[in-house]
Each structure stands twice: as structure tokens, then as C-alpha cells.
Design a protein around this ligand. Structure first.
Ligand SMILES: Nc1ncnc2c1ncn2[C@@H]1O[C@H](COP(=O)(O)OP(=O)(O)O)[C@@H](O)[C@H]1O
Ligand SMILES: [Mg+2]
Length: 411
């Protein structure tokens, strides 16, 4: 099991206020509220669609104004012991730390109506706290949250405008050293429906498959991603579900094929789980895997609910989850890369087929290795590169025959 590298969403998480783009009014509003806060002040509730920067705004503001941030997500907020032992002392300023403290309850809409313990705790805390409390929610309008809404200063955030998303994506491209076409960035931005997280995920997906992406590819891959979009919702649903039934309901509502869902869960659980719960969680994934093999071998599809149940157990086996942004399984990314590679190969093939009058199977079996061999010679290489009329063909020759040699030599 290799150590997963950081996703672009993680890697390019804003560290300064300037890097949190869009929603200028909300940024100002939140900072003003915090600066003017006194003990009688209410709590604040940042709300708006997912992926617009609610969480990261709180984190960045806290660090800029030197607050020690005590941050909890929905799964921690429902743990009464955690609330009593960690949050309460901090709120009543009985902590050992003399620095300013900001308490942050993220994703409070993850609390269901039945979790009145946690909700009541929040209400009392807002009344008695000696430090500012900020909350965030995608959907704060559920009836059971009305008392909290009542006590909170509401700060709405909105979808990010496509142009603003494009700008941020361009910065990320620059930092990653990939050359991105403006038109492709615009397609990503429009496709994201104002969700910056989704836009960055799409950007990474497209550019980890190949160096240059044209509009056609972008549209094709992103339309696949459209279906995938709600897999992220489904994973979040399972992660923050309070019961096995709810987690199971969330997973089984996925349109993914069970074997793909298994991959999604497997890859993401590695990030989600602190070490001490990884083993029990993975055991459930393994059981689900074995069960699925039996199910498909025997066409025993009526057993599928048990498969979802086992997968859900993996989430429930992790009482405290790491904060993560869910990511594409690497194997699904690999599949994209393969598709892209095959496409490039076909393109190059059709050029040489015309030039050399050979059949297709011959090309891959004999011409490719032969070209590779000949291309070790500088003169030959230069001659071929001169023959290849457009840049696209030169790039294909470079990536398929020279396996990226040109770039390596020039960098
Ligand atoms: N306004 C933004 N500016 C820059 N990056 C953003 C913005 N919103 C989201 N992101 C990116 O998406 C990730 C998730 O954002 P997050 O703050 O968790 O969104 P939310 O809490 O609204 O769902 C961030 O880590 C960051 O990489
Ligand atoms: Mg968030």
C-alpha cells in the first residue's frame, strides 16, 4: 500500500485570505463580525453550497487574526464526551492556552433531528461561551436547526463565478507547471456549477491523464465526471451517517457498479481513517469484496444489500474520522490515462499508416519498437520531427515513441 500523494484540492488549499476567492461580501462580513465580537455576541453561521470555501475561510481567518482554532466536524460534534471534555473547557476559557480561541463546528447540517443531545449542547454553548463560535452548513434550513439559526448571525456564501474559478485554476496550473488552455479551464469552471472543490478535482483529473487536453477530451471526460459527481455526496453521506442503516442507504443509492463503489470506498477509507481503526475498517471492505465475488460468480444479486451493509460497516468502524476531501481512486485515474494513451497511439498510427502503408497490427507490434530503436539516433529523430507537420503529432511522437525524452532533456 503506497502512501497516497496529496490531491490538488489539499495541495492548493488557500493559506491566505487573498487565495480564498469570490464571496467578498461574506469574507468582509465574517471578519467584521469576529472583530466586533463580544460575549453577548451571537455565534455566526456560514452557509452556502458545498465547495465554495466555508471551511477554508474560517481556517484562514483564524490564522490571520491569531486565533487558536478548535475545529470539529459532524462526527465529532455528536460525541458528547468530546464536547464535554474538549469543547466546553475551551469555550469557558478554562483551557491551558492563553491565546485567543475560536471554536468552529463544521457541517452542522450533518446532525440529524434525532441528535438532539448535540444540538442542545450547541445551543447552551452559544449562550455561555466566552469565546466566539462559528458554524458552517451547506443546508441550514432543516427544521431541527431552527433554534440554532435563531441564535446565529447568518452569513450566506454563494456559488463562485466561472471567471473567478478560471483565475484560481490558472494559478494552480502555474504552480503545477502544466500548460492549461483557457477554453478548457472555462469548460471546467462552467461544469463545476460554482463549486471550487469540484473544479479543482476536475482539473487534476484531466491533467493527470495527459499533458495537453483539448476541448473535445475535456467535454468527454467531464461528462463522465457528471455521473461521478454524486459519488462524492454519497461518500460524504456514508461518512457522516449516524447509523448503519443510514450509511447503507447512502451507499446503495449510488449509481456506481458495486465493484467501482468498492474501489471508491477502499481508496477513500485509507485517508479517512486514523491508523488505529484502519484494520477493522479494511476488514469490512475485504469482506464486502469477497462477498461481491461470490455474488457475481453465482449471480446471487439478491445478496447485494448485505454487500452494502458490510461496506457501511467500514465507515461505522471509524468513530473519529480524519477531515478529508474525497478523491478519485487511483485505479479510475489510471483507466483514464490508459484511454488517453490508446487514443494518442491511434492518432500517431493513422499518420504513419498513411506514410508507410502498413497494417494496423503491424504498426503496434513492429513499427513502434522499430521507431523507438531508430529514434535513438539523433539524425533520425530530427528528420522525423521535421516531417511531422503539426505540434500535436510531434507531441505524440515524443510521448509514445520517445516516451517523453524531449521534455526530459530540455528541462
Ligand atoms: N473560495 C475558494 N477559493 C479557493 N479555493 C477554494 C475556495 N473554495 C473551495 N476551495 C478549494 O476547495 C477545498 C474545499 O473547500 P471548503 O472550504 O471545504 O468548502 P466548503 O466548506 O464550502 O464545502 C479547499 O480546500 C480549496 O482547495
Ligand atoms: Mg466544508
Amino acid at each position: 500500500m503506497s502512501v497516497p500523494r496529496l490531491s490538488w484540492v489539499e495541495k492548493h488549499k488557500p493559506k491566505t485570505l487573498e487565495e480564498v476567492v469570490g464571496n467578498d461580501a461574506a469574507k468582509k462580513d465574517f471578519i467584521d463580525w469576529l472583530e466586533k465580537w463580544d460575549e453577548r455576541g451571537k455565534a455566526a453561521l456560514l452557509h452556502g453550497p458545498p465547495g465554495v470555501g466555508k471551511t477554508v475561510l474560517v481556517e484562514v481567518v483564524a490564522s490571520k487574526f491569531n486565533y487558536r482554532l478548535i475545529e470539529t466536524n459532524a462526527s465529532e460534534t455528536r460525541r458528547v464526551d468530546f464536547l464535554e471534555n474538549v469543547i466546553k473547557p475551551a469555550a469557558l476559557n478554562r483551557s491551558l492556552f492563553s491565546s485567543k480561541v475560536l471554536i468552529f463546528f463544521d457541517e452542522i447540517d450533518g446532525l440529524s433531528a434525532e441528535e438532539s443531545n448535540a444540538i442542545n449542547f450547541l445551543l447552551e454553548l452559544i449562550e455561555s461561551s466566552k469565546v466566539p463560535i462559528v458554524m458552517a452548513a451547506n443546508d441550514p434550513w432543516a427544521p431541527h436547526l431552527y433554534k440554532i439559526r435563531d441564535k446565529a448571525y447568518m452569513i450566506p456564501l454563494h456559488r463562485i463565478r466561472p471567471q473567478t474559478i478560471v483565475k484560481r485554476l490558472r494559478d494552480i496550473c502555474k504552480a503545477e507547471g502544466v500548460k492549461c488552455r483557457q477554453e478548457v479551464l472555462l469548460i471546467i469552471a462552467e461544469h463545476s456549477e460554482g463549486d471550487m472543490r469540484a473544479a479543482i478535482e476536475d482539473l487534476e483529473l484531466l491533467y493527470s491523464a495527459q499533458e495537453d487536453v483539448n476541448i473535445e477530451d475535456a467535454e468527454k471526460i467531464l461528462s463522465y465526471r457528471n455521473v461521478e459527481k454524486n459519488i462524492f455526496e454519497i461518500l460524504r453521506g456514508a461518512t457522516y451517517a449516524s447509523t448503519l442503516e443510514k450509511a447503507s442507504l447512502s451507499l446503495s443509492s449510488s449509481e456506481e457498479k458495486p465493484e467501482d463503489l468498492l474501489e471508491w470506498v477502499f481508496e477513500n477509507i485509507l485517508h479517512l481513517s486514523p491508523k488505529q481503526w484502519l484494520f477493522p475498517a479494511l476488514r469490512y471492505v475485504a469482506e464486502a469484496d469477497m462477498l461481491l465475488k461470490q455474488i457475481s460468480k453465482n449471480s446471487a444479486w439478491r445478496l447485494l444489500p448485505i454487500f452494502y451493509h458490510k461496506l457501511s460497516n467500514a465507515f461505522l468502524a471509524i468513530p473519529q474520522k480524519n477531515k478529508v476531501n474525497f478523491a478519485f481512486p487511483s485505479r479510475i485515474k489510471e483507466r483514464f490515462k490508459r484511454i488517453q494513451h490508446l487514443k494518442s497511439l491511434r492518432e500517431l498510427e493513422s499518420f504513419f499508416l498513411k506514410e508507410l502503408h502498413v497494417g494496423k497490427s503491424v504498426f503496434r507490434r513492429e513499427i513502434v519498437p522499430f521507431l523507438r530503436f531508430l529514434s535513438e539516433d539523433d539524425n533520425f529523430r530530427t528528420r522525423v520531427l521535421n516531417r511531422l507537420s503539426d505540434t500535436r503529432l510531434r507531441e505524440l511522437y515524443n510521448s509514445i515513441i520517445l516516451r517523453g525524452e524531449i521534455r526530459r532533456r530540455h528541462t
